[in-house]
Design a protein around this ligand. Structure first.
Ligand code: BGP
Length: 451
């Protein structure tokens, strides 16, 4: 059950979920600043205006990470904090903030992994059409250039987008995330294409301009499927289901990943989308298909399939009383951390990093003043054993980032759920490492040998 020697053990976060300070030091508004004002959009009408107040408490948070033995930190940069209008003049104070953050992480022996875009899209650019506008790819590339020029002498690990499935699917199609739109599918498809173009252009910019040799990836929703048994027929059924496109929405893994790694959109999707498929210009697929150094997978759960009587994949329903996480009722499915990396590696042949995995819970401070979270420890233990098994079976898994460091603003669910290793006492902003944080410290120190 061993992990490779140089395995990266980290924690993850995203700017809007932790920073607060939505208009401080010249930051421009993002679509999330707008969306949180919409009545009924967020649980209990909450906002990320304060969140974990990390914009003011980052030194303490990094000190706590160091104390807990965290080796790497995946965080995102708030695009409108650096470019208040999305393009044009740079906000020096915003850039200086991330520069200090990076310097302090490095001084603490923690490797920075930067996500360029984790959903807080500049409001000014949304008013210019956002991802619907083909220029959005250039806007993103310009932003990538600003960040690369300033930070790439110290940072070498980069991710372009976090979960494009979510910011397009939930943001532009179902409207439950910012900016809250419900577009026609043809528009959704075009926005997906521009998102991919933006990814490709940003990769080109980082490769061309980075001072330290860059390691570049994208963080996608793993959407892991698992076979009901180890029979070849079931393994093939789950694989087939995982990479087929059967609905007109933003959740197809193959739609997002095939162009990046295989150079084309999947044929079944193009057929299904028909006249609603996006307009693709000559050269687009080459731009999108830039070589990546790793594929980031955010995996929390998964669905089980078997080969049905007709040979087609059939979903195996969850048993009554299945183990689940608190709010979303996501099933606890440890083998998703085996099959997700395995299927993805087999299809795309690129090293894998688990960029998110974690457990939603209703954590409380107990009478003894501690936060006991045995469910999270059990969840992480089971999942990490499966990841170790994938590694043992030859899947090149290079790192694991626990979502998330501190409990934070969980998008439309606000603070209704807690996913952190560290409890955030929002009224006082006190941080209390949960039992799982100490457990994770030991996992890191032993490189997972005791799992
Ligand atoms: C992912 C996002 C994260 C985080 C995580 C936790 O989709 O990339 O930003 O929110 O999910 O999910 P949930 O809030 O549903 O527990």
């Amino acid at each position: 059950m061993a992990f490779p020697k140089n395995f990266t053990w980290g924690v993850a976060s995203a700017a809007y979920q932790i920073e607060g300070a939505p208009s401080e030091d010249g930051k421009g508004p993002s679509v999330w600043d707008m969306f949180c004002r919409k009545p009924g959009a967020i649980w209990n009408s909450q906002t990320g205006d304060i969140a974990c107040d990390h914009y003011h408490r980052w030194r303490d948070d990094i000190a706590l990470m160091q104390q807990l033995g965290i080796k790497a930190y995946r965080f995102s940069i708030s695009w409108p904090r650096v470019l208040p209008d999305g393009t044009g003049p740079v906000n020096e104070k915003g850039l200086a903030y991330y520069e200090q953050l990076v310097d302090t992480l490095l001084a603490a022996g923690i490797q920075p992994w930067i996500t360029l875009f984790h959903w807080d899209y500049p409001l000014a650019l949304y008013h210019r059409g956002g991802w619907l506008n083909r220029d959005s790819a250039h806007w993103f590339a310009q932003y990538a250039s600003v960040i690369t020029n300033r930070l790439s002498d110290r940072v070498s690990h980069w991710m372009t987008h976090n979960e494009p499935q979510c910011f397009i699917g939930l943001g532009l199609q179902t409207g439950i995330h910012a900016p809250g739109d419900k577009l026609r599918f043809a528009e959704v498809a075009q926005a997906m294409h521009h998102t991919l173009l933006a990814h490709g252009q940003a990769v080109q910019v980082i490769r061309a301009q980075a001072k330290l040799k860059p390691t570049i990836g994208i963080a996608t929703v793993g959407g892991a499927h698992m076979p009901a048994t180890d029979s070849p027929a079931d393994i093939q059924a789950a694989r087939q289901k995982m990479f087929s496109t059967t609905q007109k929405d933003a959740w197809s893994i193959a739609w997002w990943m095939d162009p990046i790694f295989l150079g084309h959109y999947p044929a079944d999707a193009l057929q299904l989308y028909g006249t609603e498929a996006p307009q693709v210009r000559p050269g687009d697929m080459e731009t999108i298909g830039q070589k990546l150094d790793f594929l980031g997978l955010n995996i929390y759960s998964g669905l089980t399939f078997r080969a049905g009587p007709d040979g087609q994949p059939a979903e195996v329903p969850l048993p009554p009383g299945y183990p689940k996480t608190t709010q979303d009722f996501w099933a606890v499915q440890p083998t998703s951390l085996y099959w997700g990396p395995r299927y993805m590696y087999e299809r795309y042949n690129v090293p894998i990093v688990i960029t998110e995995n974690g457990h939603q819970n209703a954590d409380i401070i107990s009478l003894d003043g501690q936060v006991h979270d045995p469910q999270r420890i059990d969840y992480l233990h089971r999942y990490l054993r499966e990841l170790a098994r994938a590694s043992h079976d030859g899947i090149p898994v290079q790192g694991y980032f626990q979502w998330c460091f501190t409990d934070n603003f969980e998008w439309a669910m606000g603070d209704a759920i807690r996913v952190g290793l560290v409890y955030t006492d929002y009224p006082t902003q006190r941080r209390i490492p949960k039992d799982s944080a100490h457990w994770y410290t030991n996992v890191i120190q032993t490189n997972g040998a005791e799992l």
